[in-house]
Structure formats: C-alpha cells, structure tokens
Design a protein around this ligand. Structure first.
Ligand code: PHE
Length: 288
C-alpha cells in the first residue's frame, strides 16, 4: 500500500513539474511575428555637427582638440591675454561674473575660448597645434544674431618657424574645405590685444557668390558688399609668450577664434541664432 501511495505521489510530482515547465516556457516564448517597438532616433545637434566638421578639417592638417573650463578666472580670460584691468576691450566683452562670497577670488563665464591658448601653452612646450571647440558667454540681449551663450572654435599654432604665410594659408585651407573651393577669402587689419598684427577674415558672400547682387536686387545677406565678416585672428602677440614662459625670441605663432553659430547660419541658411537654443524638434529634424 505504502509503495502504491509513494508511486502516486511521485507521478503527481512529475506531472506538476513538467506542467509548470511547459507553462513557463509558453509564457517566455517570443513571438517573432509580433511587430517590433519603433523607438524614435534622435540626431546630433547642428552645432555639434559643425564642431565635428571643423575638427575633421583641422585633424587633417595635424591639429589636435583640447577643451577647457567655461568658468574662468579673470587672469586666463583677460590678463594673460594682454588685457589688463581697465583695458577698453573689456567693455566690448560684457562679462557675466559669478556671485561669490566676499573675499573669494573672482570668477566669470569665459567670454571667448582664448583663455585656452594660455592654459595650453602653460602645459605644453612648443610645437603647439590645437583647436578648442567650446561654449562662451556674453551679456548680449538676445535677438536674431545675438545670444548670451554661443560657440567658438579657438585655434593656436606655435613653433619656431611659423610665418604669416602659414597663418593665411591655414585659414584659407580651412575656409575652402568648409564652404567649398569657389569661395574667396580676404583679410583686413583689425585689433586684438593678444595678437599682433591682428586681422579680420572675410569670405566672399556664399549667397550671391560675391557679386553683391542677386536676381532680386541687392543681396540681403552681405548688403551688397559681396563679403561676409567671418572671424578674428592674428599672429600671437609676443607679450602673451611672456605669460606662459615661452621665449618670444625663439617662437612665433598664430591664433584665431571662429564664431560657430554664425558659420553654421551661413552654411545652412539659418537666419535666427535663437533656433540653435530653442531646440524645437521640427528645426532639429532638418539636420539628421
Ligand atoms: N577671442 C577673440 C574674440 O572672441 C577672437 C580671436 C581669437 C582673435 C584668437 C584673435 C585670435 O573676439
């Protein structure tokens, strides 16, 4: 009798186990015929894409990329760039200062990527060939061409034998790679405390081909000039080398600061800088 009951119990146990296994595997079975879940795919922001484009161009001629802090000290943002206190240039760079406890050393939001020229040269002996993509801040009232946060790519090349010709050649190469071989460049004298001589680079207007006119009259983008102002640049002022322990008698170099938002607006025909910051998906989707 006992063995009969044991056998029955065993039979039942096996049946339950097998049943449970079957049920479990039925539950886990993947139905390959079911439609999948479509996840919306984003894309990189247009500004990021333009950074990448610029980085690739400069990679191809031996530059490397570095980045640095958006919160800076007045020393790196101004003094070491040959902009002492009370220099009038400071007025043009309406600066956001951080609110700090009394007595704390001053901090600010960098007004340009140029502080990274100093930080790079402090860390590294020549030769230097770097670009610095980054975000910068100025107290500008927002409108179609101004924003209190915008983007720059700084460039710096320092070596024992860099000439003005290397400088203009590099810039020209970059502009042609970025806008296409048919654009022309020119430079005009300008002023920055940390470059000497300083220049402003222009490109022939990408909308009217440099003619100043289109089929509908005067070109609205360059206002008939045929040229569009692109960015500031120059040969590194020897005074700057003094701040980083380079010997101004032994090295020369050039620097430039490209405004990325403007460049992107020109290349992609965008007429409001705010579009970059509003992040309306209908705008972003146009640049997959
Ligand atoms: N830092 C300057 C600006 O933001 C641009 C610049 C960079 C000019 C490097 C010369 C050399 O206006």
């Amino acid at each position: 009798m006992r063995s009969y009951v044991d056998a029955k119990i065993e039979e039942r146990r096996v049946a339950i186990e097998v049943g449970a296994e079957e049920a479990a595997s039925a539950k886990d079975r993947v139905d390959l015929s079911l439609p999948g879940v479509v996840r919306p795919l984003g894309s990189r922001h247009l500004i990021r894409q333009v950074f990448q484009e610029i980085e690739d161009i400069f990679f191809s001629i031996g530059f490397s990329v570095v980045d640095g802090p958006e919160i800076e000290t007045p020393y790196y943002n101004f003094e070491a760039l040959n902009i002492p206190e009370f220099h009038p240039v400071r007025d043009d760079m309406d600066t956001f200062y951080l609110e700090l406890p009394k007595g704390a050393p001053g901090l600010l939001l960098r007004t340009h990527t140029s502080p990274m020229q100093i930080r790079t040269m402090e860390k590294q002996k020549p030769p230097v060939r770097v670009i610095v993509p980054g975000r910068v801040y100025r107290r500008d009232n927002p409108d179609a061409t101004h924003s209190f946060a915008f983007h720059q790519v700084e460039g710096l090349a320092v070596d024992t034998d860099i000439t003005f010709c290397d400088f203009t050649g590099t810039i020209e190469y970059f502009v042609k790679q970025f806008f296409g071989p048919s654009v022309k460049t020119r430079f005009r004298p300008s002023y920055f405390p940390f470059t000497e001589p300083s220049v402003e680079f222009d490109v022939s207007c990408v909308f009217c081909g440099g003619n100043g006119t289109t089929s509908s009259g005067t070109c609205g983008k360059c206002k008939g000039a045929g040229w569009i102002e692109l960015f500031g640049a120059g040969m590194v002022d020897p005074a700057v080398y003094g701040f980083v322990g380079y010997d101004p008698k032994k090295v020369t170099g050039f620097a430039f600061g490209i405004g990325i938002d403007r460049l992107a607006m020109l290349k992609y025909g965008i007429d409001d800088i705010q579009a970059f910051f509003q992040n309306d998906v209908r705008f972003l989707k146009q640049f997959p």
